[in-house]
Design a protein around this ligand. Structure first.
Ligand code: NAP
Length: 294
């Protein structure tokens, strides 16, 4: 029988752990602080920033929400990042992606204090992930995928994991994380992308298939072997006139056809999505712990 992996339930468990850690920090006079910077008015980005700010407040974190106009220059944004780097009340900084065209996103990421880079995109943190150095920050979505697998007691060690997608946000870091010689790692990982040949043959060999390509319902029943675990990272808008918003969100996996074949599968929404925010909160608490111990 298919086991539905409920990201909301696992995220709630993460929050229980975090509340304990936050209480311990507060007892030492430290309130973990996070700053989320939004440049421009992209509606999806605005919604993400709102939910991150809401969760931070619910956990009792010090939360700074910086909304800057779409016309903000590179220099202005760098100056704000510099202020946040130097603000002792802020332990984690996130600049919401994608920024407007005039902003060089890579330069902004490099300007972050890597000790506050709770998104895990600074080159130093990317290097630490590749090297298996646990003092770095791992991007939130890959970390959430790993935590979902661990909490649902899916065997990662020795499993063949196929990752569909090779972005720096999801595909590459999730591959590095699951192949690490560490708890929650030790998988044999294959990374597939748009130039991969015989894709179905490869995905069908997966014990765990992670779909992160950004194409609605791309993964069909033929891509998946019986008894596989499927993690659907995709968030895609498809037109839906019956929905008041005119669209609904679906994953990269054709859930209805694929789910009956699976040992376990994540839904969209309610799978990986809630874990991404939970891991952002977790990375912020980790940053505060690291600052308070130095
Ligand atoms: P991305 O940067 O666009 O990368 C997509 C990857 O998929 C690329 O590596 C691309 O290959 C590959 N790809 C595209 N079409 C393919 C095909 N037909 N066959 C095989 N591979 C194909 O996307 P992303 O930022 O990683 O995001 C992926 C999805 O995850 C999106 O739906 C996004 O909204 C979602 N997402 C969700 C969360 C969450 O919290 N749940 C967080 C982040 C992202 P090439 O490299 O060859 O172009």
């Amino acid at each position: 029988m298919t086991n539905l992996i409920d990201g909301r339930v696992v995220a709630e468990k993460v929050y229980v752990d975090l509340r304990g850690q936050i209480a311990q920090l507060r007892a030492k006079g430290v309130t973990p602080g996070i700053a989320v910077v939004l440049v421009g008015d992209d509606p999806a980005s605005r919604a993400y920033v709102r939910s991150k700010d809401k969760m931070s407040r619910e956990l009792g974190l010090h939360s700074v929400k910086l909304e800057l106009p779409a016309s903000t220059s590179q220099e202005e944004l760098l100056a704000r990042v510099d202020e946040l780097n130097r603000d002792p009340q802020v332990h984690g900084i996130l600049v919401q992606s994608p920024p407007p065209k005039q902003i060089d996103e890579a330069a902004i990421v490099r300007a972050l204090d890597p000790r506050k880079d709770v998104d895990g995109f600074h080159p130093l943190n990317v290097a630490k992930l590749a090297m298996g150095d646990a003092s770095g920050f791992v991007p939130c979505t890959p970390l959430g995928v790993q935590r979902l697998l661990i909490e649902t007691k899916i065997d990662i060690a020795g499993a063949h994991v196929v990752v569909l997608g090779r972005s720096m946000i999801v595909g590459k870091p999730v591959a590095l994380l699951l192949m690490q010689k560490a708890r929650g790692g030790d998988a044999t990982v294959t990374v597939a992308h748009s130039r991969t040949k015989d894709l179905e043959k490869i995905t069908r060999s997966a014990d765990i298939l992670i779909a992160a390509i950004g194409r609605a319902h791309f993964v069909k029943a033929d891509h998946v072997r019986d008894g596989a675990v499927v993690i659907d990272v995709g968030i895609n808008r498809v037109e839906d006139k019956s929905n008041p918003r005119g669209y609904r969100l679906v994953g990269d996996v054709a859930f209805d056809k694929v789910a009956p074949k699976c040992k376990a599968i994540t839904p969209v929404p309610g799978g990986v999505g809630p874990m991404t925010i939970a891991m952002l909160m977790s990375n912020t608490v980790k940053a505060a712990q690291m600052f308070s111990s130095t």
